[in-house]
Design a protein around this ligand. Sequence first.
Ligand SMILES: [Cu+2]
Length: 365
Amino acid sequence: MSDTSVIDRAAEILEKQTSRRRFLRDGSVAALAAGLATACKSDTKSASAAQAPQGQTGGTMGAHDTMAGNSAAAIAASADAMDAMHEKGVKAFPAKTTGKGNQLFAPRIDKDVKVFELTAKKIKWETEPGKFVDAWAYNDQVPGPQIRVKEGDRVRVILHNQLPESTALHFHGLELPNDQDGVPFITQPPVKPGQSYTYEFTVPNSGSHMYHSHHNAAKQVGLGLLGAFIVEPKQKSQYDGPDVDEVMILNDGAHGYTLNGKGFPATQPLVAKLGQTVRIRFMNEGMMIHPMHLHGMHMTVVTRDGWPVPAPWKCDTLNIAPGERWDVIVRCNNPGTWAFHCHILPHAESEHGMFGMVTALVVQK
Ligand SMILES: [Cu+2]
């Protein structure tokens, strides 16, 4: 067998297992070349053995064995190339991208009212390094800025619509007066392009809630019109005031599988010190269920949709269905960097490496 045909075969195997486009984009050409070089070297050896008279080589190397050798070399090259892509992704984590969603929103105070102004408009959003997508965002963030208030607060939210479509703002999980519920033609007219609309209410119930568009929502929420609306309770429970308090918003719309608006390796790790407690507020703004799985330590489930569960339970994998919010506590008693990902595996890993709904909990010693 000639060198050329081995190279072709190695390239064919590599191409089957990897996307050439991704290869080029990831700069893994070097890995491909290294793999091919290995394949060529071993092929040269076995080819000369095959050409030598049988007496001089001990007569054991036939054409069949040569093919097996070539095939093994090609497989090894292919495995190396795949491993290199996986390693590259993990080494890049947490990768830098432009834009950060879910930033704490400091309200303007108007007498006794906390005022939040949200401007909905089209932006470009970088979900992973170099991948810019069209997004519809509140205040240039995906997820929108994090609204955090206290039970009983008076809140005013002013929505400015700079989108090419009508929209409206729904406060998901809050038990508001009907006319503040934000559903066009049920509780209010749609907010037309160029218009503004003001919502004002006294926050009735505590917990991890959300705000999002409730108009053409499969598109608008999928494109990024969503955010966390967290209400701290008047009466604190033993789970309030953890060392680390994190929101993890899941989405699976136009931007692919994302955690807080980013896909791995641009997702941000959760970081705590050994012995600290972390509260994670899962929120699913997508259209699919996502079983979130933490390695190394268990999660204690304490609230669902903002309501305390009757008896907290322990798990390491928790289904988060569309619209649901689940709060869990992790006692960080196991040091190290722990994978933390959706366990519907096509949402988290492919032959190109980990992507999408993958992050890590880092427990520092
Ligand atoms: Cu998932």
